[in-house]
Design a protein around this ligand. Sequence first.
Ligand code: C2O
Length: 428
Amino acid sequence: MSTLSTTSLSSRPRLYSKTSATHRFKVSCNSNSSTDDSPKLILPMQNNNNNNNNNNVDRRNILLGLGGLYGAANLTNIGSALAYPITAPDNISSCVAATQGITDLGNAVRGTACCPPSSQTTPVPYVLPKFTQLRVRPAAHRLTPEYIKKYQEAIEAMKALPEDDPRSWKQQGKIHCAYCNGGYSQEMNGHPELKIQVHNSSLFFPFHRWYLYFYERILGSLINDPTFGLPYWNWDNPMGMMLPPMLETPYPSPTPPGQPNAKFNPGTESGANCVDQIRTNILAGKVESGVHTAMHIWVGNPRMANNEDMGNFYSAGYDPAFYVHHSNVDRMWQIWKDLDIRNVDPSNNDWLNASYVFYDENKNLVRVYNKDCVDVNKMGYTYEPSRLPWLQSRPIARVKASKVAAKSVGVVKKVEEIKFPVKLDQIV
Ligand code: C2O
């Protein structure tokens, strides 16, 4: 069991701070305290013993771009033993209750028991299977009624599996919690005192790619359709920004009974109108800290103690919207690579050989590596193309204009309205 006490958690910042009822937010991955009370993505603590010892710096966090979480002085204390790639435990039974990043543990309705069903075997390295036809992931807002039906049949079959089946809806949901809220430690790297965390780092894209890969294959196998592609929520395209219709049709009731409905109902739960939602999406910044987190917060329910389901890492995997959302996040990775030959994945050992453990669609326990997920076609899938209207746009700076400034400048032009080059003798 984790040594964390409820008391120590109560002073810990929540994963996302509370949103206002209107779901307006700004997103930042900066965890430094600030007077700004807008929602922020906050990593659970890295240390099991919760001693707040920031000198215990995991070099991988630095390599992976988390330098902002620590003071620069700590860089001198990096131990060489910390350079191994992140490796999920062989023995998944060493997983512990996941309690990090859950502010209100007493009301954590999805529970902290996030470990997978135990296995008598150690995970075998996963070999990408041969296939004859690419699975095409379609845009969720363009699905035919037949496709929606197929998707819902697959979800129902997943929900009908016994809870302890590693392919079941509940077990799939728990995966996110185990990897994000302290279920696993870095024992395979000789650091059991450090937790595995797949967010706010370059593990974000590969981990979620593998997660969806198996989720998609499980759904496909349950309906006996190996070509089944997980739809993507096309939130980067004005036509696809609303909640996809596939998520609005009633689902079999969530288990266990009495828990919140995982679906988000835009008719009653969002104070933001369609235009506001689109504007907010367009203003998003980097994929993870920007639009990814924004969608989590938007879909999560601020009236739940921990913003369940989508608004907290520990519960996000219980919402079908999570996978459809992450399908588009994954698509962003692919688009980024396709856009420019200079957009390449990390090539260092720490990244290439980082690995996670999953159950595949045949209930085999397998180990997967970042290096094997860099090519979606080799993984057997592709994305149905969609327009990329944002490619033509430049973000509009969000400047907190004081009243004085607003008066003196008058109407501020959008970037698209400005003719470049701009001379310094005019107001833009
Ligand atoms: Cu693992 Cu959208 O988060």
